[in-house]
Design a protein around this ligand. Structure first.
Ligand code: SIN
Length: 169
């Protein structure tokens, strides 16, 4: 890539910017759903006890809200390292209020080594409450994500349901 590129953030990229960006906007992508189905052996867990973080799963007719960042090409080196645990760059069409741009999203595919998939909610909650990694507690990942989605005025029942269960117990 030679030119500034839009990157769509739907997980920790929304609230943790340890990278430089030229512009940032509320955005969404279509046909994808955010799910806590990816294992984290680094940021929110360890190899022997991985935490749960979000990836995107195909969901025709669904919309995933997040925040997009316009970045210089060299910033990808840092993001590739940060998202190393199973994530790959995919091309995606990113929609803004009234416009759209081609861009990139980091997605952990269903066949990656760290993929966990679906599980009963109570099991997910127990795992999230137990796990922590180099970026902090898995619980805080869920709470930060839910809070940042509210700040974007964006809804995601899957995230908000997990947040409520974590706060409840
Ligand atoms: C993203 O935020 O877009 C990728 C997933 C993550 O790092 O949580």
């Amino acid at each position: 890539m030679k030119h500034p590129t839009w990157v769509f953030g739907y997980g920790s990229l929304i609230w943790r910017q340890d990278f430089a960006y030229i512009d940032s906007r509320r955005a969404y992508i279509d046909g994808w759903a955010r799910r806590f189905w990816q294992g984290s052996h680094d940021h929110r867990g360890v190899h022997s006890d991985p935490g749960r973080v979000v990836t995107l799963v195909e969901a025709p007719g669904k919309r995933c809200h997040g925040r997009a960042f316009l970045i210089e090409p060299h910033v990808f080196e840092h993001l590739d390292e940060r998202e190393i645990n199973g994530y790959e760059r995919n091309h995606v069409e990113i929609y803004f209020d009234g416009s759209q741009e081609p861009g990139v999203v980091y997605r952990a595919a269903l066949d990656n080594f760290a993929f966990l998939g679906d599980a009963p909610l109570d099991e997910m909650v127990a795992q999230i409450k137990r796990c922590a990694g180099k970026s902090g507690r898995n619980i805080d990942y869920v709470l930060e994500l839910a809070q940042s989605l509210r700040e974007l005025d964006a809804s995601d029942p899957h995230v908000f349901e997990l947040e409520a269960l974590i706060r409840d117990e």
